[in-house]
Design a protein around this ligand. Structure first.
Ligand code: VG1
Ligand code: CO
Length: 566
């Protein structure tokens, strides 16, 4: 096969956000937009690898353009001196499985074709994320360097005759490429095998099997894959490995190009079907995943909602029931800045270190590589551990089932016991999605100015709703210095911390593909047991109303209510 060098014109907007580059699918498909971004990555990789031909993993969440884009990557990899590609069968592989495979086979990294929780299809979004050799998302130093290259790109390299590679049949192919000193190899690998094998090493599958169908009787659960990439993993683990077809009801386990019209984000709004099933059905436990399988939502009987912040804290407090942690020990914990402080209390009690990082999984990687942390999570339905370097929805579900098998068969009781020990952090997030115009940016600017001037510090406010009083102790723009490599990241969200420890956080989303999305996070701690059963929305309404007033959110955005509340 011959290499073609094709001229192209650079784009100026290929800057990856919180988690890869996400744009409307049509943008990626037009004017070699996708090809340009991949070429910029290959250019960067060639440089950092010092000419040593890399081996990479390629997989995606099955959304529209994943198969096609995998074929493009194959053509371009052949022409860019990539030694070998490990491509998932049908190009479908969950994000955590990609991380697992990179680590297992010691590859130099991977390309994940996903816009994760963003809707898919020709009229929705597509995305690309680069992972590094530790299996995690590339840090900013890498993504910035790729971005710089993308802005100066003048040509792309490809082997146009390498067409229609059979991605459905497992096996190895080798191709001679003109002008290359080594052949180009492709291996089509099973998307599910390596991952499932790893889960069986981490968890006690016999115990979980016994929970679902043991001497104590059936334990019915409901799993909803929202038509994302997780379907085959769910069927394999629950119906085959755990042999629990009668106890485990599954929904939307067929991976569809447009996710069947679902917004594949496992929260109370977009995974409403699961909420309703739990409210009306007789299930003890329910879970949903996002499009690429790294997020999870956990519900208990009757639809009892476990906030991701509490999920992280409860898992952190009980890791000792999981064989992996019995073997590897438990280092510290970490959470993203907007995530509630529930896990901080577990860290304090267990005398573990607690790290607070900016939003996005890439910030946890160094901490895990250096064995500073074992478990970490984000309020955005992301939970994971140092078994891989991505958040992992199935891992969280199996971890919860381990707790249910070992501690108590009721999710709600586990939560109540936790609150009785540690107190309860009430948490909520308000999202104002896809706002047009400059309003959100002006709002953040104004909040930044308030931080700089310190004008609100030590001031007391009466809440517009509920007439409670709060005094501001700190107001700042969150920044982070990585304790391992010293890298510095600033402007990661406006924090308003009150004298009672309650917090309000404002930031703009970095994963949207259209308009601007404002997120308001609210975290407030209570240690009066009579409050533990109260509704979080009711408890937090006064603080929310104060946040909206301080930021003048409605004036800036024109929105009088959020699009999603979690
Ligand atoms: C959101 C979440 C963040 C998460 C990121 C990627 O980012 O808030 O916690 O890491 O999505 O998740 P943002 O910038 O929109 O707030 V995933 O499952 O979409 O890769
Ligand atoms: Co995701």
């Amino acid at each position: 096969h011959a290499i073609e060098i094709r001229t192209t014109k650079p784009f100026t907007d290929q800057k990856p956000g919180t988690s890869g580059l996400r744009k409307p699918t049509k943008t990626f498909k037009a004017n070699q937009y996708f090809e340009n971004f991949i070429q910029a990555y290959f250019d960067d990789l060639t440089e950092t690898m010092n000419g040593k031909p890399p081996t990479l993993v390629v997989g995606g969440d099955g959304r529209h353009f994943v198969r096609e884009s995998a074929q493009i990557i194959i053509q371009m990899a052949a022409a860019n001196n990539i030694k070998k590609l490990l491509v998932a069968r049908d190009a479908k592989m969950s994000t955590p499985a990609v991380s697992c495979v990179i680590r297992k086979y010691g590859t130099d990294g991977g390309i994940v074709l996903t816009a994760s929780h963003n809707p898919g299809g020709i009229d929705n979004d597509f995305g690309v994320k680069f992972n590094i050799a530790n299996g995690g998302p590339a840090p900013e130093a890498v993504t910035n360097s790729v971005y710089d290259k993308s802005r100066q790109l003048t040509n792309i390299r490809l082997c146009p005759t390498l067409t229609n590679i059979d991605l459905l049949t497992l096996g190895k192919h080798t191709y001679e490429i003109e002008g290359r000193s080594i052949p180009f190899e492709i291996e089509i690998i099973d998307s599910v095998d390596d991952y499932v094998q790893f889960m069986k090493e981490i968890f006690d599958f016999d115990k979980i099997r016994n929970l679902l169908n043991g001497e104590k009787g059936k334990f019915p659960i409901m799993i909803n894959a929202l038509s994302g990439v997780m379907g085959p993993y769910v069927l394999r683990i629950f119906h085959q490995e755990l042999n629990a077809k009668n106890a485990v009801t599954v929904k939307n386990c067929e991976n569809l190009e447009d996710f069947g019209g679902h917004h594949p984000d496992p929260n109370l709004t977009y995974a409403h079907e699961l909420v309703e099933d739990m409210e009306h059905g007789d299930y003890e436990f329910g879970a949903a995943f996002d499009g690429d399988g790294d997020r999870n939502m956990i519900l208990g009987k009757g639809g009892f909602f476990v906030t991701p912040c509490d999920s992280l804290a409860v898992l952190a407090a009980n890791l000792n029931v999981i064989p992996y942690f019995q073997k590897h020990g438990i280092h510290g914990y970490a959470r993203s800045m907007p995530t509630s402080g529930a896990v901080d209390r577990v860290a304090a009690k267990n005398q573990k270190l607690l790290y607070e990082v900016p939003t996005g999984w890439k910030f946890f990687g160094n901490l895990m590589d250096s064995k500073l942390i074992s478990i970490c999570g984000e309020e955005s339905f992301g939970t994971g551990s140092d078994h891989i370097r991505e958040k992992d929805g199935m891992w969280a579900v199996l971890a919860w089932l381990s707790l249910l098998a070992n501690i108590d068969r009721s999710v709600e009781k586990i939560l109540h016991a936790h609150w009785n020990t540690y107190g309860r952090n009430f948490f909520t997030r308000y999202d104002y999605e896809e706002i047009d115009g400059p309003g959100p940016f002006s709002m953040l600017k104004k909040l930044e100015q308030m931080c700089m001037s310190n004008e609100l510090v030590n001031k007391s406010f009466n809440t517009p709703y509920g007439n409670k009083q709060y005094t501001i102790k700190i107001m700042d723009d969150f920044h982070y210095q990585d304790p391992v490599d010293g890298s510095y990241t600033e402007k990661q969200g406006i924090r308003i911390i009150f004298t009672d420890g309650s917090r309000l956080v404002f930031r703009l989303s970095g994963t949207g593909a259209r308009g601007a999305t404002v997120r308001l996070y609210v975290d407030s701690y209570e240690n009066n047991p009579s409050t533990y059963t109260k509704d979080a929305q009711e408890m937090l309404r006064p603080l929310v109303s104060l946040g909206l007033e301080i930021a003048q959110l409605e004036e800036f955005t024109g929105r009088d209510k959020p699009t999603v509340i979690t």
